[in-house]
Design a protein around this ligand. Structure first.
Ligand SMILES: Nc1nc2c(c(=O)[nH]1)N[C@H]1C(S)=C(S)[C@@H](COP(=O)(O)O)O[C@H]1N2
Ligand SMILES: [Mo]
Length: 421
C-alpha cells in the first residue's frame, strides 16, 4: 500500500523487509512503449559468433571502465599523501567492490612481502610476542561487515562557503563497506598477558610515515580485530596488506594499515597523528581529541551530483546509503522540498551493526525544481544535523566528523547539483 506524501514521494506502510518495494501502479510508464503489433525477435550479434576468453582474475566489464576511484593529491602515483575517493554514486548494494574501496595514505603504499612481515606485541604485557603471518593465520577468525569512513570525509562541504558542484564520490567518497575477516585482538592480547596497569594500546603501521594511534584497551578487547581478508580475499595493498587493525565504527585513521607493532601502555602516546592531525577545535575554543566514533550519516546516491535525470518528469527511485558508527540504522527519512516535509524511506536488509544500509523511496517527479535530502537516525536516536547546526558546534576551520544532511538540487532541466540546505 502506497501513501502519497508531498511532492510525489510514494511512501509505503511497511518500511523494512523484502518483497517488491514499488507497486506496479507507481511504475506505470517506465518500459519502452510496446507497439500494437507483436514484437519481432531480434537476434543479437553475440549469438552469431564464438564467445571470448575469460580471465584468471575477473575484471569489470570493459564498458564499465569509467567506474573508478578518483585521486585527490598532486601526485597520486608517487609516495606521499594521497586520498582516493570511492564512486559512491555508482554503488548499488552495501558492499563496496574491493578495487573501489576508498583509500587514504599518508606516505604512499609500502611494498610488504608477507613472508617477512611480523606483528609484535610488547609494553605492559607479561610475555612480549611476535607473530609471523603463518602463525597468525592459524588463529580462529571472525567475519564482520562494517563501513570504514575517514574522519575528514565531506571536508569540502564543511569548509567551502559555497557548495562545490561535484559528484557524490568527490564530495563524500571517503567511506566504503566491506566484509572483513581476521583474528580478534583479545586473543592475541590475552596470550601476551596484560599487566594491571595496562590501559591503552599504541598501534603502528609499517609505512614510511610510521602512522600510529593510541586506543583505549577496554574498547579494543571488546571489538577490535586484526583484519587479514577483505570481501573473501586477502587485503588489497591499499587496505593494508598483509594486515590492518580494524575497529568497527571508529574514524578511519585508527584502523592502522600494514600493522606491525602494538605497544600496551598506561596512557596515550600523543603521537603526531593524534595530537596534530586528528584533534579539532570546537566553536567555543575547546580542543576535541580522541573523537573515535563516526556519527550517523546518509547520502542519496541516486540521483546525486552531476547526474542528469533523463526525462523532465516521471518515475524515479531515490536510493542511497546510511550508516552509524554507534550501531544500526533505525530509519531514513527523505525530503524533496528542502526539508519542509519528510517521508520514510524503505530500508533494505540486512540492516547490520556499523555497516552501510541501503534505502530507497519511489518518487514521481513533477518536473519542478526540487531539493532532495536524506536524514538517518540510528538505534540510539542519534540523527544528522543540518549544515548550520554542525557549523555552530565547530570552529571555522574544523572539518573532521562532518555528518550534516547532504542536499541535492534537481533543476527543471533534470540536472543535479550539490547545494547547502
Ligand atoms: N599505516 C597507515 N595506516 C593508515 C593510514 C596510513 O596512512 N598509514 N591512513 C589512515 C586513514 S587517515 C584512513 S581514513 C584509513 C583508510 O583506510 P583505507 O585506505 O583502507 O580506506 O586508514 C588509516 N590507516
Ligand atoms: Mo582518514
Amino acid at each position: 500500500m502506497n501513501l502519497r506524501t508531498g511532492r510525489g514521494l510514494l511512501q509505503r506502510r511497511s518500511f523494512l523487509g523484502g518483497g517488491l518495494a514499488v507497486s506496479a501502479a507507481a511504475l506505470g510508464d517506465l518500459a519502452i512503449a510496446a507497439p500494437a503489433a507483436p514484437l519481432a525477435v531480434r537476434l543479437p550479434d553475440s549469438m552469431k559468433t564464438l564467445g571470448g576468453a575469460d580471465l584468471p582474475y575477473g575484471q569489470p566489464a570493459v564498458h564499465e571502465q569509467a567506474v573508478q576511484r578518483v585521486a585527490h593529491p598532486s601526485a597520486p602515483q608517487t609516495a606521499g599523501f594521497a586520498i582516493w575517493r570511492s564512486p559512491l554514486q555508482q554503488q548499488r548494494g552495501i558492499i563496496t567492490p574491493s578495487g573501489l574501496h576508498f583509500s587514504v595514505h599518508h606516505n604512499g603504499l609500502p611494498d610488504i612481502a608477507p613472508q617477512r612481515h611480523e606483528l609484535m606485541i610488547h609494553g605492559l604485557v607479561k610475555r612480549p610476542l611476535r607473530f609471523d603471518m603463518e602463525r597468525l593465520m592459524r588463529y580462529p577468525m571472525v567475519s564482520r561487515i562494517h563501513f570504514l569512513e575517514c574522519a575528514g570525509n565531506s571536508a569540502a562541504n564543511a569548509l567551502s562557503p559555497t557548495a562545490t558542484n561535484q559528484t557524490l564520490g568527490d564530495i563524500a567518497g571517503e567511506v566504503s563497506c566491506s566484509e572483513w575477516t581476521g583474528v580478534p585482538l583479545s586473543y592475541l592480547l590475552n596470550e601476551a598477558g596484560l599487566q594491571d596497569s595496562a590501559k591503552w594500546v599504541v598501534a603502528e603501521g609499517a609505512d614510511g610515515g610510521s602512522h600510529a594511534r593510541s586506543l583505549p584497551l577496554s574498547a579494543l578487547l571488546k571489538d577490535a580485530f586484526v583484519a587479514l581478508y577483505q570481501n573473501g580475499e586477502r587485503l588489497r595493498p591499499s587496505q593494508g596488506y598483509p594486515m590492518r587493525l580494524f575497529m568497527p565504527g571508529w574514524e578511519g585513521n585508527v584502523n592502522v594499515k600494514w600493522l606491525h607493532r602494538l605497544e600496551v601502555t598506561d596512557q596515550p602516546a600523543y603521537t603526531k597523528d593524534e595530537s596534530g592531525l586528528y584533534t579539532q577545535v570546537l566553536a567555543n575554543g575547546q580542543i576535541e581529541r580522541f573523537a573515535f566514533h563516526m556519527d550517523v550519516k546518509s547520502v542519496i546516491t541516486h540521483p546525486s551530483g552531476l547526474q542528469t535525470l533523463p526525462e523532465p518528469k516521471g518515475f524515479f527511485e531515490i536510493a542511497g546509503l546510511a550508516w552509524s558508527g554507534y550501531g544500526r540504522v533505525a530509519k531514513v527519512e527523505v525530503s524533496v522540498d528542502g526539508g519542509a516535509t519528510w517521508a520514510l524511506a524503505q530500508l533494505h536488509g540486512p540492516v547490520l551493526d556499523r555497516a552501510f544500509t541501503r534505502f530507497t523511496l519511489p518518487w514521481r517527479w513533477d518536473g519542478r525544481r526540487a531539493t532532495l535530502l536524506s536524514r538517518a537516525t540510528d538505534e540510539f536516536g542519534r540523527s544528522q544535523p543540518t549544515r548550520a547546526e554542525w557549523k555552530r558546534k565547530y570552529a571555522m576551520q574544523s572539518f573532521h566528523h562532518y555528518n550534516a544532511l547532504q542536499a541535492w538540487r534537481v533543476g527543471t532541466d533534470g540536472r543535479v547539483e550539490n547545494v547547502y540546505a
